[in-house]
Write a protein of this length. Structure first.
Length: 217
């Protein structure tokens, strides 16, 4: 019952250190910003719809993806890469909405990465059952710039490992409005998202959105 009583109350912002170079900014996104981000997601997806990409090994990703900004991250049988062309819409990715850019820069600065200048934003949608296996983000040219990752909607379990795939990952719950900023010594750490549990969220309905900002080139 307590869950229902408190479900509508905003959480207080706080900062947690995951490891050197990786910070979890809890409840960093305000209600107003969250609504702006959702409006931005709608605009982006109207131009470049979500799709399930193929891994180089031929598997269909359970997470549905799109992008905005100058470059988008794509995967197909030919490999993982960034490109300015959306292969589905057959035109450039839509521009990064102002609210996306403002939030990403503010989060990076809060985490000690002043001057973050993202040129790519991956839009991920997790439906119940979707997951992302442990991986490193290593397709970017400038490893000095951090990654900023924003969670909206249903909660997820973030897996944070070490520099080797076999390092046992920490598990942490990411809720709507939480932001992970990732750089420096942690930039190449293995990480992933455990299978999304079913649920309903006032902001997104029956899914989780994740926005991941990077400097690709
Ligand atoms: C996700 N995030 O949260 C997937 N990558 O849905 C990532 O893959 C990620 O959260 C690099 C840095 C932070 C992240
Ligand atoms: Fe990642």
């Amino acid at each position: 019952m307590t869950g229902d009583l408190f479900a509508g109350l905003a959480r207080d912002p706080s900062v947690e250190r995951i490891t050197e170079g990786a910070l979890l900014l809890r409840a960093f996104v305000s209600e107003e910003e969250a609504a702006q981000l959702m409006a931005g997601i709608e605009t982006v997806l109207a131009a470049s719809p979500l799709r399930h990409m193929q891994t180089p090994g031929g598997f269909r990703m359970s997470v549905a993806m799109s992008n905005c900004g100058r470059f988008g991250w794509v995967t197909d049988r030919r490999g993982y890469r960034y490109q300015s062309l959306d292969p589905l819409a057959e035109r450039d990715w839509p521009p990064m909405p102002d609210a996306f850019m403002a939030l990403a820069v503010r989060a990076a600065e809060t985490a000690g990465f002043a001057g973050f200048d993202p040129d790519a934003c991956l839009v991920n949608r997790y439906d119940p059952g979707a997951r992302m296996s442990l991986h490193q983000d290593k397709n970017e040219q400038d490893m000095a710039q951090p990654i900023v990752s924003v969670s909206l909607g249903l909660p997820a379990t973030f897996l944070f490992g070490g520099m080797a795939r076999t390092d046992k990952p920490q598990r942490m719950r990411l809720e709507s409005g939480d932001v992970v900023v990732w750089g420096g010594a942690a930039r190449l750490a293995f990480h992933g998202i455990d299978t999304l549990r079913d649920g309903e969220h006032a902001l997104t309905g029956r899914c989780r959105y994740n926005l991941t900002f990077r400097r690709a080139r």
